[in-house]
Design a protein around this ligand. Structure first.
Ligand code: UT7
Length: 327
């Protein structure tokens, strides 16, 4: 049986750090509130002139370098993002051009914070179906440009960054991506979305001035559904593979809020040392959180051959999903 295996990881975080103390000067909030309610200390902000495609390209280059392959060998590039360089064409095509990955086809996936898990599922299915041998899967976001920096309910949470993995087919069927599970429920649209600019809310100075175009979230409502969905989809992955929480070497959840991660881990019955958390450093980078965390854990030597790695994500749509990997 053919499976898709991760052979390289890479990430790129912008240099500019925005701390909670910086945000104290922008809106009516405190470092203590942000730390207590979210676990976030600081986040990265893309430099002027730095775009999602730039960060995605840097992360992809690092993943390719680790895998020891050249961009021309890549058959497919899938990029999970809700903050692409343009409404269209796909930012994945810009990355393809930057990398000179001339033998790949490339597209974006819009699944908000679940974008990377969705992209990984699509790329894995593509390789398993025998349609190609190598794929790049990326999560990259510049959320700082769609966040309303006058809205304390949302601006404290988000940051920018990118992560990427190289996927290659393997005949060793015990290794690689064991399963992907994806779900969505469009009835929750109003709890988390960006009204502008699309074809419903077209660009106007008024929509910018009154802030109606920016990211909107009803955080406490999202929180409840997030914990429930992340728990369910994580258990779904374990059950589908005849495993339980004790089999998990490392749980790498979408990094939205430390309280969400801790509540989810507790419900799945995972110990603290089974859970990877870096939300304190980067905040919520939507589709980028999981590949960035995976790259950090990998480069720190925390992912060893044969380890069971569980990824779970939840985001706007609502969308949610999980991936179970034997590393
Ligand atoms: O990536 C996936 C999608 N996003 C998420 O998963 C985020 C999910 N939600 C959350 O992380 C949390 O709901 C938040 C961190 C956004 C908010 O925490 P909360 O414990 O749910 O607080 P809350 O929204 O219920 O607000 C509690 C209070 C309110 O004041 P009142 O009405 O009780 O007087 C807010 O106005 O906290 C106030 N508040 C703030 N105070 C200081 C909201 N934001 C802030 C702030 N600083 N930044």
């Amino acid at each position: 049986m053919i499976r898709a295996r991760i052979t390289g990881t890479g990430s790129y975080m912008p240099e500019n750090i925005r701390t909670n103390f910086d945000i104290e000067k922008m809106v009516d909030t405190t470092n203590d509130w942000i730390v207590a309610r979210t676990g976030i200390n600081e986040r990265r902000i893309a430099a002027e002139g730095e775009y999602t495609s730039d960060m995605a390209t840097r992360a992809a280059e690092r993943a390719l370098e680790m895998a020891g392959i050249s961009a021309s060998e890549i058959d497919l590039i899938v990029l999970g993002t809700i903050t692409g360089d343009y409404p269209w064409p796909a930012t994945a095509c810009i990355v393809q051009n930057n990398l000179a990955a001339n033998n790949a086809h490339a597209y974006d996936i819009s699944a908000a914070c679940s974008g990377f898990v969705y992209a990984l599922g699509c790329a894995s299915d593509f390789l398993q179906a025998g349609r190609g041998k190598k794929a790049l899967v990326i999560g990259a976001e510049t959320l700082s440009r769609i966040v309303d920096w006058t809205d304390r309910n949302t601006c404290v949470l988000f940051g920018d960054g990118a992560g990427a993995v190289v996927l290659e087919t393997t005949e060793e069927s015990d290794f690689g991506i064991l399963s992907s599970h994806m779900h969505s429920d469009g009835s929750y649209l109003d709890l988390l979305y960006q009204p502008g600019f699309g074809t419903r809310m077209t660009p106007s100075a008024e929509n910018i001035d009154n802030r109606s175009a920016y990211l909107k979230m009803q955080g406490n409502e999202v929180f409840k559904v997030a914990v429930r969905s992340l728990t369910d989809v994580s258990l779904e992955a374990l059950e589908a593979n005849g495993m339980s929480a004790s089999d998990v070497s490392l749980f790498i959840p979408h990094q939205a809020n430390k309280r969400i991660l801790e509540a989810t881990a507790k419900r799945i019955k995972l110990d603290d040392d089974q859970v990877y958390i870096n939300v304190h450093k980067y905040g919520n980078t939507s589709g980028a959180t999981i590949p960035v965390a995976m790259d950090e854990a990998n480069r720190a030597g925390m992912l060893k051959s044969g380890d069971i790695v569980l990824l779970s994500a939840f985001g706007g749509g609502f969308t949610w999903g999980s991936t179970l990997i034997r590393w």
